[in-house]
Write a protein that binds this ligand. Structure first.
Ligand SMILES: [Zn+2]
Length: 474
Protein backbone atom coordinates (compact mmCIF):
# COMPACT_ATOMS: atom_id res chain seq x y z
CA UNK A 1 0.00 0.00 0.00
CA UNK A 2 1.28 3.46 -0.68
CA UNK A 3 0.46 6.90 0.53
CA UNK A 4 0.01 9.85 -1.67
CA UNK A 5 -0.27 13.50 -0.94
CA UNK A 6 -3.45 15.27 -1.77
CA UNK A 7 -4.37 18.88 -1.66
CA UNK A 8 -6.88 20.00 0.87
CA UNK A 9 -7.09 23.72 0.34
CA UNK A 10 -7.16 25.79 -2.82
CA UNK A 11 -3.64 26.27 -4.07
CA UNK A 12 -1.92 29.43 -3.08
CA UNK A 13 1.38 30.33 -4.64
CA UNK A 14 2.40 26.73 -4.62
CA UNK A 15 5.80 25.67 -5.72
CA UNK A 16 5.72 22.53 -7.78
CA UNK A 17 9.39 21.91 -7.72
CA UNK A 18 10.27 18.21 -7.47
CA UNK A 19 11.35 18.79 -3.90
CA UNK A 20 7.71 19.25 -2.98
CA UNK A 21 6.25 16.48 -5.03
CA UNK A 22 4.42 13.74 -3.21
CA UNK A 23 6.49 10.66 -2.72
CA UNK A 24 5.21 7.16 -2.26
CA UNK A 25 5.65 5.66 1.15
CA UNK A 26 5.05 2.25 2.52
CA UNK A 27 3.19 2.01 5.79
CA UNK A 28 4.45 0.17 8.85
CA UNK A 29 2.66 -3.13 9.21
CA UNK A 30 0.64 -2.14 12.27
CA UNK A 31 -0.85 0.75 10.36
CA UNK A 32 -1.59 -1.23 7.21
CA UNK A 33 -4.26 -3.26 8.89
CA UNK A 34 -6.11 -0.34 10.32
CA UNK A 35 -5.45 2.14 7.59
CA UNK A 36 -8.92 2.86 6.24
CA UNK A 37 -10.03 5.10 9.10
CA UNK A 38 -6.82 7.12 9.25
CA UNK A 39 -5.31 10.01 7.50
CA UNK A 40 -1.85 11.39 7.62
CA UNK A 41 -0.39 14.78 8.18
CA UNK A 42 3.11 15.74 7.38
CA UNK A 43 5.32 18.07 9.38
CA UNK A 44 6.23 21.39 7.87
CA UNK A 45 8.48 21.44 4.85
CA UNK A 46 11.79 23.27 5.28
CA UNK A 47 10.77 26.78 6.33
CA UNK A 48 12.01 28.69 3.30
CA UNK A 49 10.37 26.47 0.73
CA UNK A 50 7.12 25.92 2.61
CA UNK A 51 4.61 28.12 0.87
CA UNK A 52 1.46 26.13 1.47
CA UNK A 53 0.11 23.60 3.86
CA UNK A 54 -1.17 21.08 1.36
CA UNK A 55 1.96 19.07 1.83
CA UNK A 56 1.10 18.22 5.40
CA UNK A 57 -1.95 16.35 4.34
CA UNK A 58 -1.69 12.79 3.23
CA UNK A 59 -4.28 10.16 2.54
CA UNK A 60 -3.68 6.54 2.06
CA UNK A 61 -5.05 4.99 -1.09
CA UNK A 62 -8.15 3.61 0.53
CA UNK A 63 -9.06 7.05 1.79
CA UNK A 64 -8.76 8.62 -1.59
CA UNK A 65 -12.48 8.88 -2.05
CA UNK A 66 -12.79 10.89 1.16
CA UNK A 67 -11.97 14.52 1.17
CA UNK A 68 -10.09 16.12 3.98
CA UNK A 69 -12.41 17.36 6.61
CA UNK A 70 -14.21 14.06 6.71
CA UNK A 71 -14.34 12.74 10.22
CA UNK A 72 -12.49 9.66 11.39
CA UNK A 73 -11.70 7.94 14.67
CA UNK A 74 -7.93 8.13 14.34
CA UNK A 75 -5.76 10.92 13.10
CA UNK A 76 -2.23 10.14 12.06
CA UNK A 77 0.47 12.74 12.10
CA UNK A 78 3.90 12.38 10.64
CA UNK A 79 6.31 12.73 13.52
CA UNK A 80 9.99 12.66 12.70
CA UNK A 81 9.55 10.72 9.51
CA UNK A 82 6.89 8.19 10.50
CA UNK A 83 3.10 8.35 10.59
CA UNK A 84 1.89 8.06 14.17
CA UNK A 85 -1.79 7.47 14.80
CA UNK A 86 -3.60 9.27 17.61
CA UNK A 87 -6.98 8.13 18.87
CA UNK A 88 -9.50 10.97 18.69
CA UNK A 89 -10.45 10.18 22.31
CA UNK A 90 -6.90 11.09 23.33
CA UNK A 91 -6.85 14.25 21.21
CA UNK A 92 -10.27 15.32 22.52
CA UNK A 93 -9.47 14.48 26.13
CA UNK A 94 -6.29 16.56 26.09
CA UNK A 95 -7.92 19.66 24.61
CA UNK A 96 -6.73 22.75 26.45
CA UNK A 97 -9.00 25.37 24.88
CA UNK A 98 -10.69 27.84 27.21
CA UNK A 99 -13.92 25.81 27.06
CA UNK A 100 -12.14 22.66 28.18
CA UNK A 101 -9.62 23.95 30.72
CA UNK A 102 -10.29 26.96 32.91
CA UNK A 103 -7.63 29.49 31.96
CA UNK A 104 -7.22 30.69 35.55
CA UNK A 105 -7.61 27.63 37.73
CA UNK A 106 -6.21 25.28 35.02
CA UNK A 107 -8.87 22.80 35.98
CA UNK A 108 -10.41 20.48 33.43
CA UNK A 109 -14.02 21.42 32.74
CA UNK A 110 -15.27 18.08 31.39
CA UNK A 111 -14.66 14.46 32.29
CA UNK A 112 -12.98 11.78 30.22
CA UNK A 113 -16.04 9.68 30.91
CA UNK A 114 -18.16 12.32 29.12
CA UNK A 115 -16.48 11.65 25.76
CA UNK A 116 -18.85 9.67 23.48
CA UNK A 117 -17.32 6.41 22.24
CA UNK A 118 -18.31 7.30 18.68
CA UNK A 119 -16.64 10.71 18.67
CA UNK A 120 -14.85 11.50 15.40
CA UNK A 121 -12.54 14.28 14.35
CA UNK A 122 -11.68 15.95 11.12
CA UNK A 123 -8.39 17.64 10.95
CA UNK A 124 -6.35 20.28 9.21
CA UNK A 125 -3.02 21.87 9.96
CA UNK A 126 -2.57 25.48 10.91
CA UNK A 127 0.49 27.54 11.64
CA UNK A 128 0.39 29.42 14.90
CA UNK A 129 2.74 32.39 15.10
CA UNK A 130 3.85 31.39 18.60
CA UNK A 131 3.33 27.68 18.81
CA UNK A 132 4.40 26.67 15.31
CA UNK A 133 2.67 23.98 13.29
CA UNK A 134 -0.45 22.58 14.86
CA UNK A 135 -3.26 20.25 13.99
CA UNK A 136 -6.75 21.64 14.40
CA UNK A 137 -9.56 19.19 14.97
CA UNK A 138 -13.26 19.77 14.44
CA UNK A 139 -15.55 17.36 16.22
CA UNK A 140 -18.49 15.18 15.32
CA UNK A 141 -20.38 13.67 18.28
CA UNK A 142 -18.46 15.96 20.63
CA UNK A 143 -18.92 15.97 24.40
CA UNK A 144 -22.45 17.04 25.31
CA UNK A 145 -22.76 20.79 25.71
CA UNK A 146 -20.00 21.73 23.27
CA UNK A 147 -21.10 23.65 20.18
CA UNK A 148 -20.09 23.15 16.59
CA UNK A 149 -17.60 26.02 16.92
CA UNK A 150 -15.44 24.00 19.34
CA UNK A 151 -11.95 23.28 17.96
CA UNK A 152 -9.02 21.45 19.49
CA UNK A 153 -5.46 22.42 18.64
CA UNK A 154 -2.30 20.49 19.40
CA UNK A 155 1.19 21.50 18.32
CA UNK A 156 3.38 18.97 16.54
CA UNK A 157 5.91 19.46 19.33
CA UNK A 158 3.32 18.53 21.91
CA UNK A 159 2.21 15.47 19.94
CA UNK A 160 5.82 14.36 19.69
CA UNK A 161 6.13 14.64 23.45
CA UNK A 162 2.89 12.74 23.92
CA UNK A 163 4.48 9.77 22.19
CA UNK A 164 7.32 9.71 24.66
CA UNK A 165 5.74 7.39 27.16
CA UNK A 166 8.79 7.17 29.36
CA UNK A 167 9.08 10.90 29.85
CA UNK A 168 5.37 11.54 30.15
CA UNK A 169 4.64 8.93 32.75
CA UNK A 170 7.57 10.05 34.82
CA UNK A 171 6.28 13.56 34.97
CA UNK A 172 8.81 15.03 32.60
CA UNK A 173 11.73 14.43 34.89
CA UNK A 174 14.43 12.73 32.89
CA UNK A 175 15.54 9.46 34.40
CA UNK A 176 17.83 8.71 31.51
CA UNK A 177 20.19 11.34 32.91
CA UNK A 178 20.69 9.40 36.12
CA UNK A 179 24.28 8.56 36.88
CA UNK A 180 24.81 5.35 38.81
CA UNK A 181 27.95 5.62 40.88
CA UNK A 182 30.62 3.75 42.74
CA UNK A 183 33.25 5.26 45.03
CA UNK A 184 35.53 6.31 42.19
CA UNK A 185 32.77 7.96 40.20
CA UNK A 186 31.19 9.91 43.07
CA UNK A 187 34.58 11.01 44.36
CA UNK A 188 35.16 12.58 40.95
CA UNK A 189 31.63 13.93 40.36
CA UNK A 190 30.60 14.95 43.87
CA UNK A 191 29.11 18.42 44.08
CA UNK A 192 29.55 21.02 46.80
CA UNK A 193 27.34 24.10 46.84
CA UNK A 194 27.76 27.26 48.88
CA UNK A 195 24.84 27.92 51.22
CA UNK A 196 24.46 31.61 50.36
CA UNK A 197 24.39 30.90 46.62
CA UNK A 198 21.96 28.03 47.10
CA UNK A 199 19.62 30.31 49.02
CA UNK A 200 19.92 33.32 46.71
CA UNK A 201 20.08 32.00 43.15
CA UNK A 202 17.45 29.93 41.34
CA UNK A 203 20.05 28.92 38.81
CA UNK A 204 22.28 27.48 41.54
CA UNK A 205 19.24 25.76 43.04
CA UNK A 206 18.38 24.23 39.66
CA UNK A 207 21.95 23.03 39.31
CA UNK A 208 21.79 21.54 42.82
CA UNK A 209 18.46 19.78 42.32
CA UNK A 210 19.44 18.46 38.89
CA UNK A 211 22.59 17.00 40.40
CA UNK A 212 20.55 15.53 43.23
CA UNK A 213 18.22 13.92 40.70
CA UNK A 214 21.18 12.52 38.76
CA UNK A 215 23.27 11.25 41.66
CA UNK A 216 21.00 11.24 44.72
CA UNK A 217 23.67 13.00 46.77
CA UNK A 218 24.65 16.64 47.35
CA UNK A 219 26.69 18.63 49.85
CA UNK A 220 26.35 22.20 51.09
CA UNK A 221 29.00 24.19 52.92
CA UNK A 222 29.04 27.41 54.94
CA UNK A 223 25.64 26.63 56.43
CA UNK A 224 24.99 29.02 59.38
CA UNK A 225 25.37 27.60 62.89
CA UNK A 226 21.67 27.62 63.76
CA UNK A 227 19.07 24.99 64.51
CA UNK A 228 16.88 26.69 61.92
CA UNK A 229 19.36 26.36 59.07
CA UNK A 230 18.15 22.94 58.03
CA UNK A 231 14.63 24.38 57.78
CA UNK A 232 15.96 27.05 55.42
CA UNK A 233 17.86 24.53 53.29
CA UNK A 234 14.93 22.11 52.99
CA UNK A 235 12.36 24.91 52.81
CA UNK A 236 14.15 26.35 49.78
CA UNK A 237 12.77 23.33 47.90
CA UNK A 238 9.34 23.34 49.52
CA UNK A 239 7.26 22.16 52.44
CA UNK A 240 9.06 19.98 54.95
CA UNK A 241 7.72 16.50 55.65
CA UNK A 242 6.50 16.14 59.21
CA UNK A 243 6.82 12.74 60.84
CA UNK A 244 6.51 11.41 64.39
CA UNK A 245 10.16 12.40 64.79
CA UNK A 246 9.06 16.03 64.33
CA UNK A 247 9.39 18.57 61.56
CA UNK A 248 13.09 18.59 62.28
CA UNK A 249 14.91 16.18 64.54
CA UNK A 250 18.22 15.75 66.29
CA UNK A 251 20.89 13.12 66.07
CA UNK A 252 22.77 14.21 69.11
CA UNK A 253 25.24 12.88 71.58
CA UNK A 254 26.91 14.81 74.39
CA UNK A 255 29.44 13.55 76.85
CA UNK A 256 27.65 12.71 80.12
CA UNK A 257 24.36 13.86 78.66
CA UNK A 258 21.28 12.92 80.65
CA UNK A 259 19.47 11.75 77.59
CA UNK A 260 21.45 10.25 74.78
CA UNK A 261 18.87 10.00 72.09
CA UNK A 262 21.05 7.93 69.88
CA UNK A 263 23.82 5.55 70.75
CA UNK A 264 27.28 6.30 69.40
CA UNK A 265 27.55 2.82 67.94
CA UNK A 266 27.99 1.75 64.36
CA UNK A 267 24.82 2.18 62.32
CA UNK A 268 24.66 0.02 59.19
CA UNK A 269 23.47 0.95 55.70
CA UNK A 270 19.78 1.76 55.75
CA UNK A 271 16.96 4.00 54.55
CA UNK A 272 14.61 5.93 56.82
CA UNK A 273 10.92 5.28 57.46
CA UNK A 274 10.39 2.34 55.11
CA UNK A 275 7.70 1.19 57.52
CA UNK A 276 5.47 4.03 56.26
CA UNK A 277 3.45 4.03 53.04
CA UNK A 278 5.27 7.09 51.70
CA UNK A 279 8.83 7.25 53.03
CA UNK A 280 10.61 10.61 52.69
CA UNK A 281 12.37 11.27 49.42
CA UNK A 282 15.04 13.72 50.51
CA UNK A 283 16.88 13.64 53.78
CA UNK A 284 18.89 16.59 55.09
CA UNK A 285 21.55 16.33 57.77
CA UNK A 286 23.18 19.54 58.94
CA UNK A 287 26.23 19.19 61.14
CA UNK A 288 26.02 21.61 64.07
CA UNK A 289 28.71 19.96 66.22
CA UNK A 290 31.38 17.52 65.11
CA UNK A 291 33.72 17.45 68.09
CA UNK A 292 33.62 13.73 68.84
CA UNK A 293 36.31 11.75 67.05
CA UNK A 294 35.23 9.45 64.19
CA UNK A 295 31.54 9.13 63.34
CA UNK A 296 32.12 9.26 59.57
CA UNK A 297 29.05 9.02 57.35
CA UNK A 298 29.04 6.73 54.41
CA UNK A 299 26.78 6.35 51.44
CA UNK A 300 26.08 3.69 48.82
CA UNK A 301 24.12 3.96 45.57
CA UNK A 302 21.60 1.12 45.73
CA UNK A 303 20.63 1.66 42.05
CA UNK A 304 24.21 0.98 41.05
CA UNK A 305 24.26 -2.20 43.14
CA UNK A 306 20.89 -3.32 41.75
CA UNK A 307 22.10 -2.68 38.22
CA UNK A 308 25.22 -4.79 38.75
CA UNK A 309 23.13 -7.51 40.36
CA UNK A 310 20.80 -7.49 37.36
CA UNK A 311 23.72 -8.03 35.02
CA UNK A 312 25.25 -10.73 37.19
CA UNK A 313 22.04 -12.56 38.03
CA UNK A 314 18.70 -11.62 36.48
CA UNK A 315 17.18 -14.28 38.71
CA UNK A 316 18.36 -12.58 41.91
CA UNK A 317 17.21 -9.25 40.53
CA UNK A 318 13.73 -10.56 39.81
CA UNK A 319 13.55 -12.10 43.26
CA UNK A 320 14.25 -8.69 44.78
CA UNK A 321 11.54 -7.19 42.56
CA UNK A 322 8.90 -9.60 43.82
CA UNK A 323 9.60 -10.97 47.29
CA UNK A 324 7.71 -8.98 49.94
CA UNK A 325 9.73 -7.66 52.88
CA UNK A 326 8.01 -6.25 55.94
CA UNK A 327 9.28 -3.21 57.84
CA UNK A 328 7.90 -2.06 61.14
CA UNK A 329 8.36 0.35 64.01
CA UNK A 330 6.61 -1.26 66.92
CA UNK A 331 6.68 0.74 70.15
CA UNK A 332 4.11 1.44 72.85
CA UNK A 333 3.00 4.75 71.30
CA UNK A 334 3.69 4.14 67.62
CA UNK A 335 3.11 1.07 65.53
CA UNK A 336 4.01 1.54 61.88
CA UNK A 337 3.97 -1.37 59.48
CA UNK A 338 4.52 -1.70 55.73
CA UNK A 339 5.43 -4.47 53.30
CA UNK A 340 7.25 -3.85 50.02
CA UNK A 341 9.64 -5.59 47.64
CA UNK A 342 13.33 -4.61 47.68
CA UNK A 343 13.40 -3.26 44.13
CA UNK A 344 10.48 -1.33 42.65
CA UNK A 345 10.36 -0.89 38.88
CA UNK A 346 8.45 1.70 36.91
CA UNK A 347 5.24 -0.07 35.92
CA UNK A 348 5.53 0.67 32.21
CA UNK A 349 5.14 -1.84 29.43
CA UNK A 350 8.29 -0.54 27.77
CA UNK A 351 10.21 -2.07 30.63
CA UNK A 352 8.89 -5.57 30.58
CA UNK A 353 12.60 -6.31 30.61
CA UNK A 354 14.17 -4.48 33.53
CA UNK A 355 17.11 -2.20 32.88
CA UNK A 356 18.91 0.29 35.05
CA UNK A 357 16.44 2.91 33.79
CA UNK A 358 13.52 0.79 34.91
CA UNK A 359 14.42 1.07 38.60
CA UNK A 360 12.12 3.44 40.40
CA UNK A 361 13.09 2.80 44.00
CA UNK A 362 15.03 0.50 46.22
CA UNK A 363 13.92 -0.45 49.73
CA UNK A 364 16.65 -1.59 52.10
CA UNK A 365 16.55 -1.10 55.84
CA UNK A 366 17.60 -4.25 57.73
CA UNK A 367 17.40 -2.70 61.23
CA UNK A 368 13.67 -2.07 60.77
CA UNK A 369 12.71 -5.38 59.22
CA UNK A 370 9.85 -7.32 60.80
CA UNK A 371 8.93 -10.98 60.35
CA UNK A 372 8.23 -11.96 56.74
CA UNK A 373 4.58 -12.11 55.84
CA UNK A 374 4.83 -14.26 52.74
CA UNK A 375 3.16 -17.54 53.64
CA UNK A 376 5.83 -19.92 54.70
CA UNK A 377 5.81 -23.48 53.42
CA UNK A 378 5.45 -25.17 50.08
CA UNK A 379 6.52 -22.99 47.18
CA UNK A 380 6.95 -19.99 49.40
CA UNK A 381 9.66 -21.76 51.29
CA UNK A 382 11.60 -21.81 48.04
CA UNK A 383 10.78 -18.13 47.59
CA UNK A 384 12.24 -17.35 51.02
CA UNK A 385 15.41 -19.27 50.18
CA UNK A 386 15.64 -17.43 46.88
CA UNK A 387 15.25 -14.14 48.71
CA UNK A 388 17.99 -15.06 51.16
CA UNK A 389 20.41 -15.77 48.30
CA UNK A 390 19.44 -12.59 46.44
CA UNK A 391 19.61 -10.41 49.58
CA UNK A 392 23.03 -11.81 50.39
CA UNK A 393 24.35 -11.03 46.90
CA UNK A 394 22.78 -7.54 46.99
CA UNK A 395 24.21 -6.71 50.41
CA UNK A 396 27.70 -7.67 49.27
CA UNK A 397 27.41 -5.18 46.44
CA UNK A 398 25.93 -2.42 48.63
CA UNK A 399 28.69 -2.62 51.20
CA UNK A 400 31.61 -3.40 48.88
CA UNK A 401 34.55 -1.12 49.59
CA UNK A 402 34.62 0.10 45.98
CA UNK A 403 30.96 1.16 46.20
CA UNK A 404 31.05 3.09 49.48
CA UNK A 405 31.58 6.83 49.64
CA UNK A 406 32.83 7.88 53.05
CA UNK A 407 32.83 11.40 54.41
CA UNK A 408 33.01 12.96 57.84
CA UNK A 409 30.68 15.93 57.99
CA UNK A 410 32.34 18.98 59.48
CA UNK A 411 30.50 21.72 61.34
CA UNK A 412 28.65 23.99 58.94
CA UNK A 413 28.23 21.28 56.32
CA UNK A 414 24.97 19.72 55.23
CA UNK A 415 24.42 16.55 53.24
CA UNK A 416 21.26 16.02 51.17
CA UNK A 417 20.46 12.60 49.77
CA UNK A 418 17.72 10.62 48.06
CA UNK A 419 16.42 8.36 50.81
CA UNK A 420 14.77 6.06 48.22
CA UNK A 421 18.04 5.41 46.44
CA UNK A 422 21.13 6.25 48.48
CA UNK A 423 21.75 4.23 51.62
CA UNK A 424 23.38 5.93 54.56
CA UNK A 425 25.35 4.63 57.49
CA UNK A 426 27.58 5.93 60.27
CA UNK A 427 30.71 4.67 61.91
CA UNK A 428 30.90 4.49 65.68
CA UNK A 429 32.21 7.61 67.41
CA UNK A 430 33.66 8.41 70.80
CA UNK A 431 30.89 10.25 72.61
CA UNK A 432 33.03 10.85 75.70
CA UNK A 433 35.46 13.12 73.85
CA UNK A 434 33.18 15.75 72.44
CA UNK A 435 29.78 16.74 71.19
CA UNK A 436 28.25 15.44 67.96
CA UNK A 437 25.03 16.99 66.80
CA UNK A 438 23.21 16.72 63.48
CA UNK A 439 19.93 18.42 62.73
CA UNK A 440 17.75 16.56 60.27
CA UNK A 441 14.72 17.16 58.06
CA UNK A 442 12.82 15.44 55.26
CA UNK A 443 11.13 16.54 52.03
CA UNK A 444 8.61 14.44 50.09
CA UNK A 445 9.11 13.35 46.48
CA UNK A 446 6.13 15.40 45.24
CA UNK A 447 7.65 18.56 46.68
CA UNK A 448 11.09 17.85 45.24
CA UNK A 449 9.86 16.99 41.74
CA UNK A 450 7.48 19.95 41.70
CA UNK A 451 10.36 22.34 42.35
CA UNK A 452 12.57 20.56 39.83
CA UNK A 453 9.87 20.83 37.13
CA UNK A 454 9.29 24.51 37.85
CA UNK A 455 13.02 25.21 37.56
CA UNK A 456 13.32 23.02 34.46
CA UNK A 457 10.56 25.00 32.84
CA UNK A 458 12.24 28.24 33.79
CA UNK A 459 15.74 27.36 32.65
CA UNK A 460 15.32 24.67 30.03
CA UNK A 461 11.74 24.87 28.83
CA UNK A 462 11.41 21.12 29.04
CA UNK A 463 8.02 20.99 30.62
CA UNK A 464 5.07 21.29 28.34
CA UNK A 465 1.78 22.86 29.15
CA UNK A 466 -1.20 24.21 27.30
CA UNK A 467 -0.33 22.33 24.19
CA UNK A 468 2.97 24.01 23.61
CA UNK A 469 6.56 23.28 24.42
CA UNK A 470 7.67 26.28 26.37
CA UNK A 471 10.97 27.79 25.57
CA UNK A 472 13.50 28.85 28.10
CA UNK A 473 13.17 32.29 29.59
CA UNK A 474 16.56 33.89 29.41
ZN1 LIG B 1 -11.66 22.21 23.97
Amino acid sequence: MSLKLTTRLPLRAVSHSPRHRPRPLSLPRHLRRAAPARRFFWPPSPPVQAPAQQEHLVHDATNEGQLDGKPSRHIAVNIDGGPRAFDTVFLRDSCTCAQCVDPDSKQKLFQTSDIPHDIQGSCKTVEDPEKGWMIEVEWENDVKGYGSEHRTRHSLDWLRRALNVELELRGCVRNDERVLWDKERITKDNKWIDYEEYMASDEVLFDALSHLNQYGLLFLRNVPDSEESVVDVAGRIGTLKDTFYGRTWDVRSKPKAENIAYTPQFLGLHMDLLYTSNPPHLQFLHSLRARAPRGESFFSDSFHAANILHQASPFHFRTLCTFPVTYHYHHPTHHYHYTRPTVELFPYPKYSEPTNLAINRVNWSPPFQGPFEARIGGENQIALRNYLAAANAFEKLLSAEENLYEYRLEEGECVVFDNRRVLHARRAFDATKGERWLKGAYVDDDVFFSKLRVLQEKFEGRWIAEGVVRHAVK
